[in-house]
Design a protein around this ligand. Structure first.
Ligand SMILES: NC(=O)c1ccc[n+]([C@@H]2O[C@H](COP(=O)([O-])OP(=O)(O)OC[C@H]3O[C@@H](n4cnc5c(N)ncnc54)[C@H](OP(=O)(O)O)[C@@H]3O)[C@@H](O)[C@H]2O)c1
Length: 239
């Protein structure tokens, strides 16, 4: 029987590119996002069995219900990828933008990750993948909530990985940390070492196959990660 995967945030960018890669690998797919017409368009474009579900992850109670229903409809799920996320450059510290980021990237992430983990625990195995960011490693003056939300995502995944380990569960948790990827989210930003979404998706798929704990996308962003970790505050503050 084909493997089944659900991608949260599959209407554009990295999530959409991952849907294309997984369809090519013979997966049955569950795809979600807020934009229903895009979900329908993607479903028609893929040569795979595709289930779609419109959901706004910032609405936690509705997301919990809809995600559980999608799992019931599809049957046992092997892989859940959480790509849904937003980021705002917020130099004026508009609290509503910061809070919206937290609702989507933190609360939305937690509800999906928890339901997926419990589903995997019940069925005895599974793989959870969260798209965090290189931004998880340090604070950001331009987008404080975004980098803090990604630190939460990476740390939360470590917690779930330890929970699986301590209970001796066959559950893999992969923390994906992209650098810059060319997607609607990054339009108009000044960037370097930018990867096309398709290349990022192929490298994420390779990390999934290898059951990696943590991966930088593209691979050379490991170097930036290392620099970010060792850089003293007085240098980091001048960048
Ligand atoms: N691009 C980069 O350089 C980069 C770097 C590091 C990390 N990332 C992370 O990669 C992930 C994917 O981003 P991307 O670059 O592919 O951006 P994108 O093209 O804007 O895709 C974001 C996806 O998230 C979904 N989404 C956003 N808010 C949602 C909500 N409230 N409820 C449900 N779905 C929601 C969007 O779908 P709808 O709008 O249809 O809801 C869309 O499918 C994000 O978590 C982002 O933080 C990106």
């Amino acid at each position: 029987m084909s493997k089944s995967a659900i991608i949260i945030g599959a209407t554009s960018g990295i999530g959409k590119a991952l849907a294309e890669v997984l369809a090519g690998q013979g997966y049955r797919l569950g795809l979600t996002g807020r934009r229903l017409p895009l979900l329908q368009e993607i479903k028609e474009s893929l040569a795979a069995e595709v289930f779609i579900e419109q959901m706004d992850v910032a609405d936690v109670p509705e997301t919990e219900e809809k995600f559980k229903t999608l799992i019931e409809k599809m049957g046992p799920i092997d892989l859940v990828i959480i790509s849904a996320g937003i980021g705002h450059l917020n130099s004026k510290l508009d609290p509503s933008l910061e809070i919206k980021t937290i609702e989507t990237n933190v609360s939305g992430f937690v509800v999906i990750a928890d339901v997926a983990f419990m589903h995997f625990q019940t069925q005895g195995k599974g793989h959870l993948v969260g798209i965090s960011s290189i931004a998880a490693l340090r604070g950001s003056a331009l987008a404080p909530a975004y980098s803090a939300s990604k630190a939460f995502v990476s740390n939360y995944m470590e917690g779930l990985r330890l929970k699986a380990l301590k209970a001796n569960l066959d559950i893999t948790v992969t923390d994906v940390r992209p650098g810059f990827v060319d997607t609607p989210m990054t339009q108009g930003q000044s960037m370097f070492w930018v990867a096309p979404a398709e290349k990022a998706a192929v490298q994420i798929w390779q990390a999934i196959k290898a059951k990696k704990v943590c991966v930088y996308i593209t691979r050379r962003w490991r170097l930036i990660a290392w620099l970010m970790r060792i850089m003293p505050n007085w240098i980091y503050g001048k960048i």
